[in-house]
Design a protein around this ligand. Structure first.
Ligand code: PXL
Length: 284
């Protein structure tokens, strides 16, 4: 059976992040993807000025209620950038409405990068995000977001395994079942991610060579591919590798083309490879 996801993120019309990344990636991986747009912006907020912002908070619950009245069910609910405290509360309610025994809630607690909270958020926002993470099966913070969730100072890499595993232990207190940390590197020249199972307490790491520069939207690419792997019956270790390899490929193409880093990464030309995992269970 084909799996169905509800993806709840903003639409940044230009700049390849949030829904303009999640929808094509999940679809390419063979997953039916329904969306709830939380806001419409002309661009994302990372590096552009003068962007438009249309808040859609009032529409979120009515969309979900209509879906409920139609009897729709979802194998996963996937959230990313949420613009306000009240959106966090509404989304938390939607988790309660649609959570089933075997469904997966994946929360990407999008809040910041490189040690800084994104400009649109106030200092209190991370506390609200912690509450949303309590209901998640999987959370996918970067190191900045992990520090924000824990109320700790951001630390620059390279990281030690003790530091990464300490973050996992402290984050496991927030209630999520599995944690995937992005932007992890143990030595200069490498970049990757680490996964932690909070009940088994085991950690796995996967790294590739670091491509120079800073790239926008890579967290959204990573989480969307991770979810694609998990919903295609991959183990966490396999999905971690898939997401790191796919994201690294997208960054490499962007680096080679010398694209403006605010424009997001070239994930599109990797979709053909991703499509292979979405068709393995189907031969008709
Ligand atoms: O990629 C995360 C993201 C999503 N949506 C909006 C953003 C950002 C990061 O800056 O600004 C609107």
């Amino acid at each position: 059976m084909q799996k169905r996801v509800a993806a709840i993120h903003d639409i940044s019309c230009f700049g390849r992040c949030s829904l303009t990344v999640a929808l094509p990636i999940l679809s390419a991986a063979g997953i039916e993807t329904s969306i709830i747009p939380t806001a419409v912006l002309s661009t994302h907020t990372g590096g552009f000025t003068g962007y438009t912002f249309k808040d859609l908070t009032e529409d979120i619950l009515p969309i979900a209620e209509h879906w409920k009245s139609l009897g729709l069910t979802f194998e996963a609910i996937y959230t990313g950038y949420l613009g306000s405290y009240s959106q966090l509360e509404i989304v938390s309610h939607i988790f309660d409405m649609f959570k089933e025994k075997d469904s997966m809630i994946l929360v990407d607690p999008v809040m910041g990068d490189n040690g800084r909270l994104y400009t649109a958020f106030d200092e209190e926002f991370p506390k609200g995000m912690v509450k949303l993470c309590e209901k998640a099966d999987v959370i996918v913070p970067n190191i900045t977001e992990a520090a924000l969730l824990l109320g700790e100072d951001y630390r620059e890499g390279p990281y030690t395994t003790e530091y990464i595993e300490g973050l996992f232990t402290r984050l496991s207190g927030c209630g999520a079942k599995k944690i995937v940390l992005t932007g992890v590197y143990l030595q200069e020249g490498q970049m990757g991610a680490a996964a932690y199972d909070c009940s088994r307490k085991d950690v796995s790491y996967y790294f590739r060579e670091k491509i120079p520069g800073m790239y926008h939207g890579t967290g959204d690419v990573f989480s969307s591919v991770l979810l694609s792997g998990l919903l295609n019956d991959q183990s966490m270790e396999e999905a971690l590798k898939l997401a790191v390899d796919f994201t690294t490929g997208a960054i490499k193409r962007t680096y080679d083309d010398k694209t403006d880093n605010r424009y997001g990464v070239n994930f599109e030309q990797g979709l053909v490879d991703l499509a292979r995992i979405g068709s393995v269970h189907r031969n008709s």
